[in-house]
Design a protein around this ligand. Structure first.
Ligand SMILES: [Zn+2]
Ligand SMILES: [Zn+2]
Length: 842
């Protein structure tokens, strides 16, 4: 192997050689090994968009360092990779270029896999999965059926977020500031039937576990808690007085409030315009027409507009009235756009004194406002939401807000009118998509049996290959007769298949479970493998998944647990959310035109440089600023290591070993201490929160020290000692670099004469004796104040330290006329002399 340019090491040959060697040796293939600690490291698998980008490189480099490090530390490490392969871009490609989504997807997978292999990431490729493979999604369909049987998957009509451009339903989580998370179109509301997962059944548990996920960033947990949005309050019903003065017994409006203490301030009530009881409340033809007109106006508003706090609230007063059960008074009843059917009960008790939206609405419609909480003396605001003493509130007067809440609920329960209730912001997960490129929902509609799940032995329900994708209207599957027309799984009569496919977030909710036994054919996962590998010890991905993917994956894992497939409560023990890759002040993206192609980077500098740069330039959770100089710097460093080994071939030849400890020269002892201090620093930096950048800095410093020692030691140190220390230092550098720049490290390791791969070597352990210094400084305090410092040999005994301190010339004056009560010694660091009457404080 020769230098292909005189000024740099032959990284292309080195990287090709070791990637082949690693693949042939099967070193990254793992199986369950009882008695060996397991470690499961996972990077979020990518969508096969076509090319990997620098964000991917960073993500995978972080995961690979963790994997290789844990492996060297003795763990049995699972490190798999796959493809989140369903989704809309494949359909768009089909529309634009006439290429079948499957062809497009698998071509992209092949390209990206080749790119990943060039990075030398230590994946167990035997476990590769693509979620569009029927052998993958068949298990998702089976779990769907089990969920259907348990009532966890159900069909309902609902108002959904609709993207007019993607022509599909979006979950709330997929709407960002009123726009489609994928295409940025303005989202509309639409009434559609669809399938839902009952994630709300797990709301309480999902929330509780937020307090127990100590390995997750607090920021992510806060976002999850807010998304779940637990609120405690009361639910009760408001009786109704119809325009003709009658009070039907069977007609009441359920409301939920988190402020039952404010009920005496309820001066009106509001219904969502789409509330199903509206039709029964409306009187004559004139009012009916007015209501229809109002509903049409509201239907043109987006959900975001309706919930916005800074715009006027539209309202229509009905002739019917509601009754405040606490006062018995009939109060005005409105339809208003700021109340939505999808949240709570679709009806609210309005308390303008303590709610700003109600306050604004009351002013606009000339309604009375009753303050029920005493304001602070300097209060100048409008609605008051703070704490205080209840006023104008009948039997609640004089209580605090918290006391009044409890008392009001007790009263409702006592009267049989309502109850305390916990409410969540979290909605059930709408999973129906009117798309082709997704997993078919395994449901059949039979004219005589109704909604029937497919029989498990007939799974997978495969996507038909032959389909027209136009991007217009509903699901393309509805136009494929051979797919739609089927036989009922129960009565064998003619029946129709469900033509919606599942949200692609379903596939990514369990891929980490599939990786435990990716080729298992008797179920989603071999329970024994899942028991061994789960949970994922370290999960690594972007912060953009803080809510969507992570919440769904947590929910799905709990469902699988309740079905007995996995034993864990949570899928991801530790979560690292890596920062973005920034160039010229903006996130790298095609639209900004500031993309660096990893292929070019690898071609010019090699994979080791690409990896080292992306790990060195910033701590993993921070944004990484792209810099050409940074890349050059990483490249120069690797060349420097290479040249050193090359230039000292002779000195480095032969086995390690030589004088140690006392037999070493002063220069040698100092250098050996640097070697072992570096081992300690790098180990700590990786163990504690993955500070890879400072770990790499430490290796830089060791290489500097190595150069200095090689020069200085030529005349001052014996040959045997010099050889031994050079070799120890170089081997240490290579071992410490192995997780970061594995190709170069393995190549130089081999050049040192080692037969076995560096990958099978244990991580170095610092020799504690080498860390000892000739002398240490011990602080001497009298009654907590520093009086002097002693210079002593490390390991000096406690009583020696005590007598030296007590006899020290700088200490003696402070002990005159005082009696020593006790002496506290922290070996190697501190002697504290406590005198009687000094308060006894040490
Ligand atoms: Zn869209
Ligand atoms: Zn049937």
């Amino acid at each position: 192997m020769a230098f292909d340019r005189p000024d740099h090491y032959p990284f292309r040959d080195v990287e090709t050689k070791w990637q082949r060697r690693w693949e042939e040796s099967g070193l990254f293939r793992v199986t369950e090994e009882a008695g060996r600690p397991k470690y499961y490291c996972l990077e979020m698998f990518p969508y096969p968009s076509g090319r990997i980008h620098m964000g991917h490189v960073r993500n995978y480099a972080i995961g690979d360092v963790v994997t290789r490090y844990k492996r060297m530390r003795g763990s049995n490490v699972l490190h798999p990779m796959g493809w989140d392969a369903f989704g809309l871009p494949a359909e768009n490609a089909a529309i634009e270029h006439g290429v079948h989504p499957a062809v497009w997807t698998y071509e992209n997978i092949a390209t990206m896999k080749a790119q990943m292999k060039k990075l030398g990431i230590s994946y167990d490729w035997d476990r590769e999965v693509a979620t569009c493979d029927p052998e993958y999604y068949r298990w998702e369909q089976l779990i769907f059926i089990r969920m259907f049987e348990r009532g966890l998957a159900y069909r309902k009509a609902g108002t959904v977020n609709w993207c007019p451009s993607c022509q599909t339903v979006l979950a709330n989580e997929q709407v960002e500031a009123g726009r489609c998370w994928r295409c940025d179109s303005e989202v509309q509301l639409k009434e559609v039937e669809g399938w839902y997962f009952k994630i709300t059944d797990y709301a309480e548990e999902l929330l509780e576990w937020c307090d127990r996920l100590t390995g997750w960033p607090e920021r992510v947990l806060t976002m999850q808690r807010n998304w779940i949005g637990r609120s405690e309050g009361a639910e009760f019903a408001l009786p109704v007085v119809l325009p003709d003065g009658s009070r039907p017994d069977d007609l009441a409006l359920p409301v939920f409030t988190t402020r039952p203490d404010t009920v005496f301030g309820m001066t009106f009530a509001v219904l969502a315009p789409e509330h199903p009881l509206v039709d029964r409340l409306v009187g004559g033809a004139a009012e009916r027409a007015e209501v229809a007109g109002f509903r049409a106006t509201v239907a043109r508003e987006t959900e975001i507009e309706r919930l916005a706090t800074d715009r006027p609230k539209q309202g229509l007063r009905l002739a019917a009235r509601a009754v405040n059960p606490f006062t018995g008074e009939a109060i005005p009843l409105f339809l208003a756009d700021y109340v939505l059917m999808g949240y709570g009960t679709g009806a609210i008790m309005a308390v303008p004194g303590e709610d700003q939206r109600d306050w604004d609405f009351a002013l606009a419609h000339d309604l009375s406002i009753i303050e029920t909480t005493a304001r602070p003396p300097d209060w100048t605001g409008q609605a008051y939401v703070g704490d205080g003493v209840k006023i104008n509130s009948g039997f609640l007067d004089g209580l605090t807000v918290a006391e009044a809440k409890r008392r009001a609920i007790d009263w409702l329960v006592g009267q049989g009118l309502g109850a305390g209730k916990v409410n969540y912001r979290l909605r059930d997960w709408g999973i129906s998509r009117q798309r082709y490129w997704g997993a078919p929902i395994p449901i059949v509609y039979c004219p005589s049996c109704g909604t029937v799940p497919e029989r498990p032995e007939r799974l997978p329900v495969e996507l038909p290959r032959d389909v027209q994708i136009t991007g217009k209207g509903g699901s393309p599957l509805a136009d494929v007769p051979s797919f739609v027309n089927t036989r009922c799984p129960r009565c064998d009569g003619p029946a129709r298949r469900e033509t919606d496919t599942m949200d692609t977030f379903v596939e990514s909710s369990w891929y980490f479970v599939r990786f435990c036994s990716a080729r298992y054919t008797r179920g989603m996962v071999d329970p024994a493998s899942a028991a061994y590998w789960m949970p994922v010890n370290q999960y690594i991905g972007g912060i953009e998944h803080a809510i969507l993917h992570l919440l769904y994956a947590r929910f799905y894992t709990k469902v699988l647990r309740d079905m007995g497939l996995v034993k864990v409560d949570e899928p991801f023990q530790n979560l690292l959310t890596q920062g973005m890759v920034i160039k010229d002040g903006a996130k790298m993206s095609k639209s900004k035109g500031n993309v660096v192609d990893p292929d070019e980077l690898i071609a010019t500098y090699g994979a080791d440089t690409a990896r080292l740069f992306s790990l060195f330039a910033a701590p993993p959770e921070k944004d990484l600023d792209w810099s050409e100089q940074g890349v050059e710097g990483a490249f120069r460093f690797l060349n420097r290591v290479w040249r050193f080994v090359d230039a000292h071939r002779e000195a480095l030849a032969g086995p390690a070993g030589g004088p140690h400890g006392e037999a070493l020269s002063d220069l040698g002892r100092g250098f050996r201490r640097t070697i072992h201090e570096t081992i300690q620093r790098v180990t700590n930096d990786i163990e504690d929160r993955f500070h890879f950048n400072t770990a790499i800095s430490a290796v830089h410093e060791l290489v500097n020290a190595l150069h200095a020692f090689a020069g200085e030691s030529q005349d001052r140190v014996g040959q045997a000692e010099r050889r031994a220390l050079l070799r120890e230092a170089v081997e240490t550098v290579l071992l410490l670099l192995a997780p970061f720049a594995p190709h170069l490290a393995d190549e130089l390791w081999e050049r040192l004469g080692h037969r076995e791969s560096l990958l099978t070597r244990p991580w170095p352990v610092a020799d504690l004796r080498a860390l000892e210094r000739e002398a240490v400084q011990v602080v001497v305090q009298v009654d907590g104040r520093v009086r002097t410092r002693l210079t002593v040999r490390p390991g000096t005994a406690e009583d020696t330290l005590t007598s030296q301190a007590l006899a020290d010339g700088k200490v003696l004056p402070w002990l005159r006329a005082r009696e020593v009560e006790r002496v506290v010694v922290v070996p190697g660091r501190l002697v504290n002399i406590v005198t009687r009457g000094a308060g006894g404080g040490a």
